[in-house]
Write a protein of this length. Structure first.
Length: 273
């Protein structure tokens, strides 16, 4: 179930947009243009070269780039021609939360950005972030804005590929680009293709349900947020209330950008973390 959130996204260009956030994941490169705290445009690109070409006629003041697949040095070199302040988000970048994580240097930038996005939308509340993408991640950030950690599990496509690649005869199941209108597979499949689809889809749905129920028993009033490229396949399978926020990572990156520009560089106290 999707619950409406109090922010708007317009798929058009607004001249007041000055902040650009870049989320370079394992399979796609997503961008968000912000005017202050307001997300006014999103985009997707095949690679960074396509984005740099698209930026030729755009005006931007500040940029933050995050990648789970590329080193910081490469990102800086590829974006060197952009006439704007650039922050490459990594484990050393200041963020408006604390990390109760044993190995903060290995914490994925997308996981941390999503956590910042969650506490920006729901300050003072326990938040569970379910990101269903290449991998499934489930992370807890508590009401005191402390990132407590979470889990990482294979995502949908990784599970389908693993069964195909690690066996001699199981086929690779195609996954749709758009999950809307998907007929959910039953548990008792009548052919191998359907059995593979049922095992992956239902298995991941049961996994998500179990994670949510376990956390809800521990933390009554928990806010559950769902994001990631395959999130739409599962939003109706989880017990409400569930907040579906497709642009959660972009929102978190913008908050981190603002935190660094306005708080760190200006050396002023941050009262909105």
């Amino acid at each position: 179930m999707s619950v409406a959130l109090s922010y708007c996204i317009w798929k058009c260009y607004m001249p007041t947009a000055t902040n650009l956030v870049i989320d370079w994941g394992n399979t796609r490169l997503k961008t968000g243009w912000f005017a202050g705290t307001e997300l006014i445009e999103t985009g997707q690109y095949t690679d960074l070269d396509a984005l740099v070409t698209a930026l030729a006629n755009r005006s931007v003041t500040q940029v933050i780039a995050s990648s789970t697949s590329r080193p910081a040095e490469e990102i800086k070199a590829r974006l060197a021609g952009i006439n704007a302040g650039l922050i490459v988000f990594d484990s050393q970048t200041p963020v408006p939360l604390r990390k109760a994580y044993d190995t903060p240097g290995t914490l994925g930038a997308d996981r941390l950005a999503a956590a910042v996005g969650a506490i920006t939308l729901f300050p003072g509340q326990d938040c569970l972030i379910l990101d269903v993408g290449t991998c499934l991640t489930a992370d807890l950030v508590d009401r005191d804005a402390v990132f407590q950690g979470g889990l990482i599990s294979p995502g949908l496509r990784m599970r389908f590929r693993a069964m195909h690649e690690q066996t001699a005869r199981l086929p690779l199941v195609d996954t749709p680009a758009d999950w809307s209108g998907l007929d959910w597979p039953g548990l008792t499949a009548k052919n191998t293709q359907a059995a593979l689809q049922s095992g992956v889809m239902n298995g991941l749905a049961f996994e998500l349900t179990g994670i949510v129920e376990s956390y809800r028993r521990e933390r009554p009033g928990l806010v559950v947020l769902l994001c990631g490229g395959d999130a739409s396949a599962f939003e109706s399978r989880l017990k409400p209330p569930i907040f579906v926020v497709p642009e959660l990572v972009l929102m978190g990156l913008n908050r981190i950008l603002r935190y660094n520009v306005e708080t760190i560089q200006a050396n002023t106290p941050d009262v909105n973390t």
